[in-house]
Write a protein that binds this ligand. Structure first.
Ligand code: ZN
Length: 121
């Protein structure tokens, strides 16, 4: 089996051949998806802004996740409005969620699944 070395947990893990590779190269070195989740959680805990991804699960419920999809938060409220941005007309989606007891608001402006999030309190 082919492996990669995770700079965070220090483990050699199996490199996936289908879909994702099993790791991401971050500004802090190579990280397995489990470590990506830990890094992202640490980031969101210590920062007031983050870029996450808004998608829907198989049942059509909105969910918010980090890039490797190794952690997921379900928003407690989602609202769509029509809006004008970048000279185009489109749908803006607001998603409210809590992370470790803190309220956050994420906004998607039709640019793929990108959700720009900021902490409200
Ligand atoms: Zn790791």
């Amino acid at each position: 089996m082919r492996t990669f070395h995770c700079d965070h947990c220090g483990l050699d893990k199996e490199r996936k051949e289908n879909g994702g590779t099993g790791y991401a190269d971050t500004p802090f070195g190579r990280a397995c998806y489990e470590c990506c989740a830990a890094i992202d959680r640490e980031w969101i805990r210590n920062n007031r802004k983050d870029t996450l991804y808004l998608t829907k699960d198989a049942e059509g419920h909105y969910k918010i996740s980090n890039w490797p999809r190794s952690f997921t938060i379900f928003p407690y409220r989602v609202r769509k409005t029509s809006a004008s941005f970048f000279g185009r007309h489109g749908i803006r989606t607001y998603a409210w969620f809590t992370f470790e007891g803190k309220a956050w608001l994420g906004i998607n402006q039709g640019d793929m699944d990108i959700l720009r999030c900021r902490r409200l309190a």
